[in-house]
Design a protein around this ligand. Structure first.
Ligand code: GCW
Length: 645
């Protein structure tokens, strides 16, 4: 094996419970069998040499796998005599076994657990292109595509194991921007390869999803329209689905980016988003298929003179009026914030309007705007905050976690040896899995567990790694864009500072800073975005004094001498954050340096190298943003620190 097993690298244990000397079970399904194999090899890696029996016998403590019929994902681990019984369907057993091995690694003797996932769909979306490149990929090339074709390799299986081991059960292998050969995934051309991937996934209970282009009937079918109400178009999709779903087992459905950033969609034919999504939903329905329909529809060519259009409003403006018009097998897939995966955004208000439509929340563990896996940024605390958020619009089931029906995250993987480029970024993959199984999971606990499973149980390592992870998002936020304003990154690459980059870019996402004020006013006198929330939230966000400070510049346009709650001016607060953010990044790097000799030398050096890049970049962010504001305002730092680079 020439690459990392990540958190599945079970380590020998000094002491193992007596029951690990025997494993019993005779699972019948593919998943049940995979669970048994994982159990045996996991225990062996920890130093046990279990005897393997088909059925339990009294008096011999054992780990027993009890397979139930069915396809649900529930699982229970309970004490049985002096042993442990893991019971569930084949899929349940997979989760149960991995959970058990993790607990055992953490030193627990009799881990009892009865659980079922909060959501039936918990998936990763890969933005992998057929040519092997990855849009917003920061860990090498794709391992799903090579030379224009899908491939199934050893790594596909290892990927499926990693997915299942943290509770994930779905994967969309190709980019939502469907280009080049990826279009042909819908034709018969790659059926064999797709089938192999699907079978490999199926063993670990992972479903296969494909991104499709709305204009496929034009691109592939030789039709002269992709109008969703056209009979020929409907027929083309039905025939395509018949061929695809009957030859690829375990295909769950399609993910669609339509009418978004230049992608084709129903709007081109004067049809609504619901008409577009429903047409596809009808085509996949005979096979139990689902359509994940993205809500990332906004005007990406906004003129700077237009101060009424507001990208933040777009999701709600387009989709809230359509609530109730979608088929049952359509899930609206919305990004967690109203704009685009910035380090801090309010929760998308759209979810508060969907009463009769299934929805899927899209997170991003690919660190597009959060340091591109050169900076450490542990995102699970942010995901937890979002899942806990309440809309204050109904007495019950008011939280994000209770309103959504599924979750996904844009993947942070590639073919790098360590899968995620930055070794610490794997915590986001693992953590996303755990929190999508249980949205009430504790991000600190997850960080600790991930560290122990990945780096071993040296307390100094665990403490340092956990502490770094838990601080990382706030540190990143401080030295980059302040108080929820976002978008100070270099257009296009989205790495590094360029405070006015987007101001003069054709994608038009404006900060509108001048020498007196900064920010877009989103209250009723501005774009009115605040009014998309329920009355109590709208009242809070529209009132500058009540608005949470960390989101102040998301919602309001303010003068630089605006007084923050602690008495500092807005400008001084921004200066301070940038100085502090840099210092804190440097402190994280120092803390890492102290771990030398305590973990694998190669991993140590790789992460050290990333920290050096992060600290250099943090200095650049600090200097560029502070200098820019200083030159606009000519207001010096109260503490007299050096501002221009
Ligand atoms: O943030 C933007 C990214 C694009 C991406 C798009 C989307 C896949 O910069 O690279 O395209 O979001 O989510 O569709």
């Amino acid at each position: 094996m020439d690459y990392s097993l990540l958190w599945l690298d079970w380590r020998p244990k000094k002491r193992l419970p007596a029951y690990t000397r025997c494993v019993c079970g005779l699972p019948a399904t593919r998943q049940g069998k995979a669970a048994l194999r994982e159990l045996i090899s996991g225990l062996q890696a920890m130093g046990a040499a279990p005897e393997i029996r088909r059925s339990p016998s009294t008096g011999i403590p054992a780990v027993t796998l009890m397979e139930r019929p069915g396809s649900d994902e529930q699982v229970s681990l309970r004490r049985s005599g002096d042993g442990i019984e893991i019971a569930g369907t084949g899929r349940g057993l997979i989760y149960g076994v991995f959970h058990f091995l993790r607990r055992l690694s953490m030193g627990e003797e009799f881990p009892e657990w009865t659980s079922a996932p909060a959501y039936a769909i918990r998936m990763l979306d890969h933005w992998d292109n057929a040519d092997g490149s990855i849009e917003r990929g920061y860990a090498g090339q794709s391992f799903f595509f090579r030379n224009g074709k899908p491939v199934c390799t050893e790594r596909t299986r290892d990927y499926a194991r990693l997915m299942a081991s943290c509770g994930l059960n779905g994967c969309c292998i190709n980019n939502v921007n469907v280009r080049g050969n990826a279009r042909k995934l819908l034709t018969g051309s790659y059926q064999r390869e797709l089938r192999r991937i699907a079978l490999c996934f199926a063993e670990y209970g992972v479903s296969l999803w494909l991104s499709v282009s709305f204009s496929a009937p034009l691109e592939l079918g030789g039709l002269d329209t992709a109008d969703p109400l056209d009979e020929g178009v409907r027929q083309w999709w039905k025939e395509t689905c018949l061929r695809l779903f009957t030859s690829i087992p375990n295909l769950a459905g399609f993910l669609v980016k339509a009418d978004s950033e230049g992608r084709p969609g129903p709007h081109s034919y004067g049809r609504s988003q619901a008409e577009g999504a429903n047409m596809l939903a009808d085509a996949v329905r005979p096979y139990g298929g689902k359509i994940l329909w993205r809500c990332f529809v906004y005007n990406c060519t906004q003129d700077w003179r237009d101060t009424k259009t507001d990208r933040a409003r777009a999701q709600c403006d387009h989709f809230a009026p359509l609530d109730g018009q979608f088929r049952e097998n359509v899930y609206l897939q919305l990004k967690n914030g109203p704009v685009d995966f910035q380090v801090r955004e309010p929760v998308s208000p759209l979810l508060g309007h969907l009463e009769r439509t299934a929805s899927l929340m899209e997170f991003q563990i690919a660190q597009e705007y959060t340091g591109q896996q050169r900076h450490v940024c542990y995102l699970i605390p942010m995901f937890r905050e979002i899942l806990d958020f309440r809309f204050h619009s109904r007495p019950e089931k008011d939280r994000v976690s209770e309103r959504i029906s599924a979750v996904c995250a844009v993947s942070n993987t590639g073919d790098d040896g360590n899968w995620t480029g930055h070794d610490l970024a794997a915590a986001n993959w693992f953590g996303f899995g755990l929190i999508s199984w249980n949205p009430a999971a504790d991000p600190a606990e997850i960080a600790r567990e991930w560290s122990i499973l990945t780096f071993g149980d040296d307390p100094a390592v665990t403490e340092t790694v956990t502490d770094i992870l838990l601080r990382s998002r706030e540190v990143y936020e401080k030295y980059t864009s302040p108080l929820g304003i976002g978008w100070m990154c270099v257009p296009g690459t989205h790495y590094g500072p360029s405070p006015e980059g987007y101001e003069f870019d054709r994608w038009g996402t404006y900060l509108r800073a001048n020498h007196r004020e900064i920010g877009v006013e989103r209250g009723p006198e501005g774009t009115g975005f605040t009014e998309q929330y329920s009355p109590p939230l709208a009242a809070m966000y529209r009132d500058i004094a009540a608005c949470p400070e960390e989101l102040l510049l998301f919602f309001h346009r303010l003068p630089y001498d605006y007084r923050m709650k602690d008495g500092r001016t807005l400008l001084q607060r921004i200066y301070d954050d940038h100085f502090a953010g840099y210092e804190e990044a440097a402190a994280m790097a120092d803390a890492w340096d102290k771990l030398e000799g305590r973990l694998d030398g190669e991993v140590f050096r790789r992460v050290q190298e990333r920290f050096r890049m992060q600290v250099r970049s943090a200095a650049e962010w600090r200097d560029v943003v502070n200098t820019w504001l200083y030159r606009l305002t000519m207001q010096p730092d109260e503490k007299g620190r050096r501002i221009y680079p």
